[in-house]
Design a protein around this ligand. Structure first.
Ligand code: TYD
Length: 212
């Protein structure tokens, strides 16, 4: 099973990735967690280019770099893990590119989707959780993380993140069978309860794995 978590910076998705991974491991499942961009040596190298504030990267070049990092991850680690029957959890995946490069940078959505298609082929998540949060709350949560300086992406203006958020909501509307839109202002325990309920139901259907 392939699970992804999405949301604007500061929405709390990494917390939920860690908690879900731990919970699934406790059920005896073999779980792999990847973060995007990253998770393979090449993808991590591309990540440092993408987040380096000294680079001026054109929006289309940015799209290709995110998709290059993703392609490497898919081939080198993600597809093999799924083929072995492992549960894969990604902290961001293709929906980030639609939301950030498509809606945020305002690139042509059909072009963005075509490039993503080349990068991921058939490797589409079974379920995607989008942590939806208003931009000001997300930015102030991010600001609370002491000593974390903004990277190249986080330097974008508020209007950019408003578009990204709207993009995520549009993705949720377009793919109701795959995407679960969560209100990220709810407490972590409430969200986890909801997420685990959904995953329990999906795991029962998709495999013989017993999740209590
Ligand atoms: P990261 O530090 O991992 O952010 P977060 O902790 O919020 O996940 O940095 C990844 C940044 O790259 C983040 O600002 C979102 C952005 N991004 C894109 O613009 N497009 C993409 O396809 C992906 C995967 C990430």
């Amino acid at each position: 099973m392939f699970i992804t978590f999405e949301g604007i910076d500061g929405s709390g998705k990494s917390t939920h990735v860690a908690l879900v991974a731990e919970w699934l491991q406790q059920q005896g499942l073999s779980v792999r967690v990847f973060r995007e961009p990253g998770a393979t040596p090449l993808s991590e190298a591309i990540r440092s280019i993408l987040l380096d504030g000294r680079h001026r990267i054109s929006p289309v070049a940015e799209l290709f770099l995110f998709c290059a990092a993703r392609r490497q991850l898919v081939e080198e680690a993600l597809r093999p893990a799924l083929a072995r029957g492992e549960v894969v959890i990604c902290d961001r995946y293709a929906d980030s590119t639609i939301a950030y490069q498509g809606y945020g940078r305002m690139l042509d959505l059909a072009m963005v989707e075509r490039v993503i298609g080349y990068a991921i082929e058939e490797v589409v998540p079974d379920v995607t959780f989008i942590l939806d949060l208003d931009v000001n709350t997300a930015l102030s949560r991010r600001g609370d993380r002491a000593s974390v300086s903004a990277d190249r992406m986080e330097d974008a203006p508020v209007a950019f993140f408003e578009r990204v958020r709207a993009g995520y909501r549009a993705i949720a509307e377009r793919h109701p069978e795959r995407v679960v839109l969560l209100d990220a202002t709810q407490p972590v325990e409430v969200l986890q309860h909801h997420i685990r309920g959904i995953l329990t139901a999906r795991l029962r259907v998709s495999s013989s794995a017993v999740v209590r």
